[in-house]
Ligand binder design. Structure first.
Ligand SMILES: Cc1ncc(COP(=O)(O)O)c(C=O)c1O
Length: 400
């Protein structure tokens, strides 16, 4: 009798965590390795936020909190949705979780019955399919094209919807492609959804503030208010406020769904960390001026990386609207011989040969459901990015 559950046997370990670990191990063994595989800002949490956490500890905010979040944070979340997204959510329609990942997980656990389908545009964040599978649902992948900026097209969405579809999962700006949907892009999708009243939208807006070149962020319930009763708008402080370790994510949606997620959370993690919640209150209500400053740094890095990758032989790299990732195609490198003498047959081969030859760690596109591509995270110092891109160029020039 197998001791590990069938549900867990459906789960793959995260490819991004695996690559980060591989880079760490090689570095530990004395290799000079540059890792571009991590998914977190290299900036520190702003001081005002840290101070709010210290003050919370000193005030004794160290006890259990209400399951769905402390009232000041739920108010701050409702105010944020109003201020930044024009969405009218009452605090009671919000929920705070231990990271955005937790919120997504609980949304699936609270709604999916065996065989229920979740439409996931590819490339997708590595955790989505596994979360759906653990909850007993069925991920339905819809491939996007580089020519469409890796964005889901209305006709492909319409084709993927069945009577069993429960959710469409959207992530804009996207991990791993950096693609972000404009108002017009989203409108074509929300128009499809209006004709299918049984389909809900789960929108992962965690990279909302990381958008470049004058791009305007929009979220589905803002674009199509008639969908508000079947949209779960998820967000968090991890990426925008450089707070990945604090573990605070949140969402707003229909009261019935939020209540179900609260019941689930009450038997699971209970309220998120009290101190981190007070820090998140300060993040959402406090000064926001560091966001455009950091955005500018990310934008410069994006431009540098895109330009250097497009100068590498056999690579094509679109310039995405947001997040801190680029997703170049290595299709023209497939079939060529690496310095090791091995032939590159897949994007996974490409990234492992790159790591071996030049000590640059990136993540293969097939881990995100669409290749042959690879993901580079540019949440790293500019000088390091420059050095990494030089190595990638050298690797590509050495392919025969
Ligand atoms: C697309 C996407 N959604 C959600 C998350 C989860 O964020 P959190 O740290 O809040 O759990 C991540 C983190 O990598 C992400 O890339």
């Amino acid at each position: 009798m197998a001791f590990i559950s069938d549900a867990l046997l459906r789960v793959k370990p995260s490819a991004t965590i695996a690559m980060t670990q591989k880079a760490r191990d090689l570095r530990g063994a004395g290799r000079d390795v540059i890792s571009l595989s991590v998914g977190e800002p290299d900036f520190d949490t702003p001081d005002n936020i840290k101070k709010a956490a210290i003050a919370a500890i000193e005030r004794g905010e160290t006890k259990y909190t209400p399951v769905a979040g402390i009232p000041p944070l739920r108010e701050a979340i409702a105010a944020k949705f109003k201020r930044e997204n024009g969405l009218d959510y009452k605090p009671a329609q919000t929920i705070v979780g231990t990271g955005g990942k937790h919120i997504l997980f609980n949304a699936f656990l609270a709604t999916l019955n065996p065989g229920d389908e979740v439409i996931i545009p590819a490339p997708y964040w590595v955790s989505y399919p596994d979360m759906v599978a653990i909850a007993g649902g069925k991920p339905i992948f819809v491939e996007t094209k580089m020519a469409h900026g890796f964005k889901l097209q209305a006709e492909d969405l319409a084709r993927a919807i069945t009577p069993k579809t429960k959710w469409l999962l959207l992530n804009s700006p996207s991990n791993p492609s950096g693609a972000a949907y404009s108002r017009d892009d989203l409108k074509t999708l929300t128009d499809v959804l209006l004709a299918h009243p049984h389909v809900f939208v789960l929108t992962d807006d965690i990279y909302e503030h990381l958008i470049y070149g004058g791009f305007v962020f929009v979220t589905p319930a803002e674009v199509e208010p008639r969908l508000i009763d079947r949209t779960l708008t998820m967000n968090g402080v991890s990426k925008s406020y450089a707070m990945t370790g604090w573990r605070i994510g949140y969402a707003a949606g229909p009261a019935e769904l939020i209540k179900a997620m609260e019941i689930l959370q009450g038997q699971q993690t209970s309220g998120a960390c009290s101190i981190a919640q007070w820090a998140a209150v300060e993040a959402l209500n406090g000064p926001q001026d560091f966001i455009p400053e950091r955005r500018k740094i990310f934008e410069d890095r994006r431009n540098l990386v895109v330009s250097m990758l497009n100068q590498a032989k056999y690579l094509k790299c679109p310039s995405p609207e947001g997040a801190f990732y680029v997703y170049p195609s290595c299709a023209e490198a497939i079939g060529r011989k690496a310095p090791s003498g091995r032939v590159i047959a897949t994007d996974e081969d490409f990234v492992s040969e790159l790591l071996e030859a030049e000590g640059v760690a990136v993540v293969h596109g097939s881990a995100f459901g669409l290749g042959p591509n690879f993901r580079i995270s540019y949440a790293t110092a500019t000088s390091v990015l420059e050095a990494a891109c030089v190595r990638i160029q050298r690797f590509c020039s050495a392919l025969v």
